[in-house]
Design a binder for this molecule. Sequence first.
Ligand code: SF4
Length: 179
Amino acid sequence: MGLESKLINDGFFTTTVDALAAWARESSVWPMPMGISCCAIEMMASGDPKYDISRFGSEVMRFTPRQCDLMIVAGTVTYKMAHVVKKIFDQMPEPKWVIAMGACTSTGGMYRSYNVVQGIDQFLPVDIYAAGCPPRPENLLNALMQIQEKIGKTRVKDFPDLQIVRYDTKQAELSLSKN
Ligand code: SF4
C-alpha cells in the first residue's frame, strides 16, 4: 500500500480531506456492468484471473445501480435500449462516471442504422471512450486507470449537491445534509 512504510517511520502523515476522499474514491470504483452485446464478453474477461480487475479495486461489479459509481456501457445501444440505459444511469448515486466501451457504444460502429444510437454521448455524459471492436480487456483496464486519474483530481467542492449522512449519537438519529 505504501501507507505502512510512511507510518513505520514517523507514525503519522498529513493530508487533506480532498486528497483522502479522492484517493478513497479512485481506489474503489464500483462498476455497473451494462453489457448489451459482444463487447460485454471482453468486459467479463477483465474480471478473470489473467486480467484481474480487482488490482484496481473494481472487482465489485454490482447489479444494482444504487451501489455503483461507474457505468461501463459495452455493446450496441439501440434507441429502444437507450431508455433502459438512461434509467439505470439515473438511478446511480452522484458522483458517477461513464466508460463507452467499443466502437458501437462510442459511435454506433458499423451500424449506420435508423435504430442504433450513433454514440451514447447523445444521452450520457461519457468520461472515457475505449476504442476497439471489441476493445481487449487491457484496453478497458486502461480506460479504468484514466477514470481513476480523473477521480484523483476531483475536490470535495466539485460535488456541492452531494448529501452527507450524519449520525447524531445523542439523539440516535440519522440525518442528511449538504457538503
Ligand atoms: S464494437 Fe464490435 S464487439 Fe463491440 S458490440 Fe460492436 S460489433 Fe460487438
